[in-house]
Design a protein around this ligand. Structure first.
Ligand SMILES: [Ca+2]
Length: 651
């Protein structure tokens, strides 16, 4: 019997060990959730507001055993079960699990397995599916001790809804990786900055005291400049301007990396930038099936951004990549502030010019749009400003190139076509020559061709028109969070086919666009009839009227669209020195800031960026913009028709 004891014990031990041996390579603890708890697993989510995401053990659904782990995203979120896994450096690992899905959205990243803090993910599962196997191969870096395994619904900058179950999670060290398989880097690529703190900050509450401070300081500066108390010593203005713009730039770069921004826009820009900078990225950009509602010009800018990011390997570091994605708009902020100084210094002394420039670069609405939100309205504004400067220099045909680019960047560039149209008609009346009209048309066609040909491989040229129609059809609302006339009447996020006094909101919007353009024409022809051959261009006023008029009175407007009016109002003030335009600049700065801040905070808090139609702030802001538009009508008539201004002439 004693002889048998040892082998029996051995057999017993072996039998006991079989299940353990079978999984001895699996580094995941509680891998099948059979303990009935989320022991060893952490719950992580982009948005942590109550009710958005549920994490739990489901003992009615399983791939093996009796239980699995379940995530429900009731609203869009990037949520995951995480577990720290001890690993060896310079090694290959295979991450795998089984996934079952129910109603996972098809536009964003579905259920996947990955590592916390990296962008590579396994195949991701959307829609409704029974159990499916997913896996991801990856490598660790030298001296790496661990990574955080992540069972996710959604990905960075890409939030999704639906229900997913995970089971039988395995992480195992493998000697080699099958060929034709992508090998992810299972670590957050290290640069000098701390990249471990993901996701990025969503706290922008500092903007409220900052914006109040900005308006107080702005008023103070203008009063002091007016009374000639504030005077910059001659010769000092250039260095002061360089310092101010540098501060504006550095603060933007810091916050660009710190605050992720409006996740949908950032997600789109990142995806478009990576796609467009790939091999054949541009020629297949619009045919690859990827969602994109932007016309081609900004895709070219994003291709450049992506190319530079790839060159310096910035795409895997979220902070550095965020800076790159936001950089074109940030540069545009600085360039626009500089242009404002250059234009102002022709009409004002350097102290006043300096003040006008910093009113732009430190403007909270400008800062919020490019740096915190990550939008590109400021890039659009810069292009329009260059166009405006060319008009004022009498280079109408070249201006047409910039206006064409504006339309090819954002569809709302069409708002400014009446301005170039009136300029060309007045030019024709003055010179009796058709040459400029012909040349402008030619330049517009050539510019369009150069920009769209790279995207057009093997496609009918009408694809661009289809793109514009689809974009316009994409947001068929009376107002999309815009502080305007329709929101004032409680129609925010209402279908614009809804009837309001006989006609639909959309018909009213179109009627008002025509009316606004006719009003601009009235200003142009009044100005011409008054001054005949010596009539100066009124383009700054015309652009301000078109932008503000269309935003306040037209449908399908988003909260950000009034943005260019701020720069145009400053330009009007520079050219006409009427205090009215400075007040319009202040007014639009306030409404654009509050409007965009409100929407961005809603996005950060709830991933649901819609203002309720009965919101009080929406009503007040909308009323303010309607009043600003009426005031602009009066001031523009005073300036152009009556030649009367209420001067505020900063010396
Ligand atoms: Ca199980």
């Amino acid at each position: 019997m004693k002889k048998l004891l040892f082998p029996m014990i051995m057999l017993f031990v072996l039998l006991l060990n079989i299940p353990i041996l079978a999984d001895s390579n699996n580094l995941v603890q509680n891998f099948g959730f059979e303990q009935g708890s989320l022991d060893k697993w952490d719950r992580q989510a982009y948005t942590n507001t109550d009710g958005i995401t549920e994490f739990f053990i489901d003992d009615t659904v399983s791939h093996s055993g009796a239980k699995s782990a379940c995530i429900i995203n009731n609203s869009p979120n990037h949520s995951r079960f995480n577990q720290e896994i001890k690993v060896k450096g310079n090694s290959y690992y295979k991450l795998s699990c089984w996934v079952k899905t129910e109603n996972v959205g098809s536009d964003y990243t579905g259920a996947n397995i990955t590592v916390e803090g990296i962008l590579d993910i396994s195949e991701h599962i959307q829609g409704t599916n029974d159990w499916q196997y997913i896996e991801l191969y990856g490598s660790t870096k030298k001296n790496q001790k661990s990574f955080v395994l992540s069972l996710a619904l959604g990905s960075y900058g890409n939030v999704n809804t639906g229900k997913v179950w995970f089971d039988d999670v395995v992480v195992e060290k493998v000697d080699k990786v099958p060929s034709n398989v992508k090998v992810a880097k299972l670590y957050v690529e290290d640069t000098s900055t701390n990249t471990a703190k993901l996701p990025k900050s969503k706290n922008i509450s500092f903007m409220t005291p900052y914006s109040i401070l900005f308006f107080i300081v702005a008023i103070l500066l203008i009063v002091l400049a007016k009374k000639e108390i504030l005077k910059i010593k001659p010769g000092r203005e250039k260095i002061l301007l360089v310092i101010a713009l540098s501060i504006g730039l550095v603060v933007r770069l810091i916050y660009a990396a710190k605050v992720e921004g409006f996740s949908v826009d950032i997600g789109c820009f990142r995806a478009w930038s990576m796609a467009a900078s790939g091999i054949n990225g541009i020629s297949t950009f619009y045919t690859s099936g990827m969602f994109c509602d932007y016309p081609p010009f900004y895709i070219l800018v994003l291709a450049l951004v992506g190319g530079i990011s790839n060159l310096f390997n910035l795409t895997s570091n979220l902070g550095a990549h965020l800076i790159m994605i936001k950089l074109p708009a940030i540069i545009a902020d600085v360039v626009t502030a500089y242009l404002i100084y250059k234009l102002a210094v022709k009409k004002f002394n350097s102290s006043a010019s300096f003040i006008l420039s910093i009113l732009y670069i430190f403007n909270p609405a400008v800062f919020l749009n490019s740096t915190l939100w990550g939008q590109v309205d400021s890039f659009f504004t810069m292009i329009l400003l260059f166009g405006l400067i060319l008009i004022l220099e009498g280079k109408l045909t070249y201006a047409t190139i910039l206006f064409t680019i504006a339309v090819l960047m954002k569809p709302q560039g069409i708002i400014f076509l009446p301005v170039i149209g009136y300029e060309l008609i007045i030019d024709f009346i003055k010179t009796k020559k058709i040459k400029n009209i012909g040349l402008s048309a030619l330049y517009a066609i050539i510019t369009t061709a150069i920009i769209i040909i790279p995207f057009s491989a093997g496609r009918a040229p009408t694809w661009l028109i289809d793109l514009y129609i689809n974009t316009a059809e994409g947001y068929k609302y009376a107002s999309m969070n815009a502080y305007n006339l329709f929101s004032l009447f409680g129609a925010n996020a209402k279908e614009d086919s809804t009837t309001l006094f006989i006609f639909s909101y959309y018909a009213w919007g179109m009627f008002f666009i025509v009316l606004t353009s006719l009003f601009t024409g009235f200003l142009y022809f009044s100005n011409y009839l008054k001054h005949k051959q010596s009539a100066q261009s009124i383009a700054p006023i015309a652009m301000l009227v078109q932008m503000t008029g269309v935003f306040v009175l037209s449908t399908r407007m988003h909260e950000r669209y009034l943005f260019p009016s701020m720069a145009f109002a400053l330009l009007c003030y520079i050219f006409y020195k009427d205090i009215g335009y400075l007040l319009i600049f202040g007014g639009t700065s306030a409404t654009v800031f509050v409007n965009t801040y409100d929407v961005l905070v809603r996005m950060f808090l709830t991933e649901y960026p819609y203002i309720p139609a009965d919101d009080t702030l929406l009503f007040i802001g909308s009323l303010a913009n309607v009043i600003i538009l009426l005031f602009l009508c009066i001031v523009s008539i005073q300036t152009v028709v009556r030649n009367k201004t209420i001067p505020l002439d900063l010396k």
